[in-house]
Design a binder for this molecule. Structure first.
Ligand SMILES: Cc1ncc(COP(=O)(O)O)c(C=O)c1O
Length: 391
């Protein structure tokens, strides 16, 4: 047994299975490429579930994390930190107008858990309206508003509040289900796990209107869609919709784990000390990373890059097994004739990493925002080569 095999066997023996593992063990990355110990390089169109927003080994992000961990690796929210204030200020101005207060947490599920808590606290109501095929995370409240979780992986004996799931883009069903008992409506502007399902902007505006009519809060879950992935800082800006609460994680720290809830002063000012809490949320390394990720997205105009290169994907990658393309920006679903998992495996065998989704015929692309045209041309050529491959 050589050293690499030994390493894998040791990991396999003690690690709980989370997702089925693919046959590639990266040890480093540069730009949009991952590399294993043998020097094999894989072009990454999946970005670690949309986390590696700036790709791998980004000089600014690596330098920031190294510097901040040398200066001060951690401190509690009980002490003021300048880097935390600055990260909150940068994130609030990067986000849609009106959400000027930030609560930092550690993950997408935790962000949604707290957004839901705030909605119940502010409205004093007991019901949430969510969308069919949605995914909002694995904690008790976030999973309660994730479609189908209760029947499969939820695990808790009951959900902690009432939830109604409405069909996607069905404004009439939405209008019927949002009422005076509704604390919040929660939606991903493009559903990620569902296979990059892009909501009609009118539907997002219908949610805003229904919430306004009944005094409910609109929560926009931008855990996957945020930080430039749709070609705008957030889907809320892209569609000019004004949520009451916005959640973000994944690309927020470019790979350093963190999340956040953005809220208006009107909500933040109702919260007494102790209403929200976290140990690790808002830690200095996370906050330094957040500042740098936003700086780089703005400085290098990565939102424009996402829009331009996304258009190239749409115009060149409908080849080979790909029948159609849906989604937005760098959250794209490639509908495949054969099973998506078989195409993913065939692509990985040809050194290209893509994701799958809840739809067995939908591949998911979530590449780093720094992807360029030549990478897409390579994907298109490899897809075309798969036309006659036995899959
Ligand atoms: C839209 C959305 N919300 C929430 C989550 C949960 O985020 P986390 O895994 O960081 O808890 C995810 C993760 O895939 C997601 O895609």
């Amino acid at each position: 047994m050589n050293a690499a095999t030994h390493e894998i066997a040791a990991v396999g023996a003690h690690l709980n299975e989370v997702y089925p593992m693919l046959p590639f063990t990266p040890v480093r990355g540069a730009g949009v490429f991952l590399e294993d110990t043998s020097g094999r390089r894989v072009l990454d169109f999946y970005g670690g579930h949309a986390v590696a927003a700036l790709g791998y080994g980004h000089p600014d992000l690596s330098a920031t994390i190294a510097r901040q961990s040398r200066d001060l690796v951690f401190q509690t929210n009980a002490l003021p930190l300048r880097v935390r204030d600055e990260a909150a200020e940068r994130l609030a101005s990067f986000g849609p107008p009106g959400l000027g207060r930030v609560f930092f947490v550690n993950s997408g599920a935790e962000a949604n858990e707290n957004a839901l808590r705030l909605a119940f606290r502010v409205t004093g109501r007991s019901k949430v309206v969510a969308l069919e095929n949605s995914f909002h995370g694995r904690t008790a409240a976030a999973a309660a508003v994730s479609f189908g979780a209760a029947k499969s992986w939820y695990g808790f004996p009951r959900t902690p509040f009432d939830v109604v799931f409405v069909p996607r883009n069905d404004a009439a069903a939405l209008a019927a289900d949002v009422d005076s008992s509704t604390a919040a409506v929660i939606i991903e502007p493009v559903q990620g796990l569902a296979g990059a399902f892009d909501f009609a902007p009118e539907f997002l505006h219908a949610i805003r209107a229904a919430c306004d009519r009944h005094g409910a809060l609109m929560i926009i879950d931008e855990v996957q869609t945020g930080m430039g992935r749709l070609g705008a800082p957030f889907g809320a800006q892209l569609h000019d919709v004004r949520p009451d609460l916005l959640t973000v994680a994944k690309g927020l720290g470019g790979g350093f784990p963190c999340g956040a809830v953005l809220m208006p002063h009107s909500i933040a000012s109702t919260l007494k000390a102790g209403a929200l809490g976290t140990t690790f949320g808002g830690g200095p390394v996370a906050c330094a990373a957040i500042k740098t990720v936003i700086d780089v997205i703005e400085r290098d105009d990565l939102c424009a890059n996402v829009r331009n290169i996304s258009a190239v994907i749409r115009s060149t990658c409908r080849v080979g097994p790909v029948e159609s393309i849906q989604g937005r920006g760098f959250l794209l679903g490639l509908k495949t004739r054969q099973k998506a998992a078989a195409i993913r495996d065939a692509l990985l065998a040809r050194d290209i990493l893509v994701g799958t989704s809840a739809d067995p015929h939908m591949l998911r692309l979530l590449p780093p925002l720094v992807l360029s045209k030549d990478h897409v041309q390579h994907l298109a050529a490899v897809l075309e080569d798969l036309t006659d491959a036995p899959l």
